[in-house]
Design a protein around this ligand. Sequence first.
Ligand code: PLP
Length: 415
Amino acid sequence: MNLAEPRSLFPVSRRYAYLNHASVAALPTPVVTAMDGYLQEQSLKGGQALEDWDERLEGIRQEASRLIGAHRDEIVFTTSVSHGLNLVAAGLRWQAGDNLICAETEFPANVYPWMNLQRRGIEVRFAPARANRILVEDVVSLMDGRTRLVAISFVEFGTGYRNDLAALAEACHERGAYLCVDGIQGLGALQFDVRHVGVDFLATHAAKWMLGPIGAAFCYIRRDRMPLLDPVMAGWRSVVDRDNYYRYDSPLRPGGERFEPGSLNAVGLVGMAAAIDLLLTLGLDAIESRILELTSYLIAGLQARGCTITSPIARRQERSGIVCFRHPEVPAPELGERLCAADVIVSVRGDVVRVSPHFWNSEEDIERLLAVLNGSPTGWRKPGGSTRQLTEGPSLPRVIRPPAHPPLLLRQTPN
Ligand SMILES: Cc1ncc(COP(=O)(O)O)c(C=O)c1O
């Protein structure tokens, strides 16, 4: 299969220029077929359909581990990024006075699990974003002898900045800290190998770039870090002798399964496995190259129309599948609406439009977006004003800053 062929596997392409993978994937047909097959089987056979479930689950675990270069024992099936990060946050044995470092521009899924530790006397420090980049030296300058962990995204959701995870991992390990990564905005789009990068913990979710269903997710825990985590949830599936229902002294499973207390989202995981299979068949190197080719095409088109690219794009290694921009005249929410009306699907994040094409998108999809920016042949007509042709805009990205937060305290709901 080459990269052009799979467009036909994405029915969404019949109507939409779907450029919104940083939000929710449009499911490809092999994923839907796999889930449908599973549901049909259960409908015809009930529990008999599950007879080989443990074997199938093992196949899915192997598939997930292949995607990130891990060992099957290091995979924990979860339902979301939040679920995976909470396993790490709640499971680590913190001491009051420890601290951890997060960053500005992180999605809240990677903030609240850490702020929730404040009740245990843990300090959460925020690295600043400079020109939408989180610099390793800024993270390092916040570290001290009590820093236990750095929690950061592979790719920042609102800027597309690809963090330098390898450098962060090195900085952490030199200082006796761990690196915990929210992988959702990169995995499935960009090449990634846990061994090369050196992360200790990672949580992801199939529903975006991995092209899988919502609610199918997994977490990676480096094998030698596994004993550092208390299993905050235990159940019948987390123990070795799980089919011996009246035995209550079975030890915990040695691998990541110990963090899976009960039955899993079977249909979701079947879909996720089909999605990973598609990604691995095509190859993440080819997928990444194609995405960067499409984003380059997009960036050139946007710049020619005077838009400001707010995503850091100076170096290839800081780029991702996400491109954010501001139009010189039309505010992002209005532009988002105009694009949606033209069946061009993107997201609006703050004052920028976020575009996120996947490998199966085409230059024509991007042209559909650019055509909306062109407006009428004479350009955008300002209400009551004159018609302006778009010109080259300022090229410096504006920094997106979340509202000032210190002191950041996760508040208790009053009883
Ligand atoms: C960076 C990032 N992390 C996490 C999530 C989602 O978290 P969860 O899987 O917990 O719903 C999103 C978007 O929905 C995201 O952009």
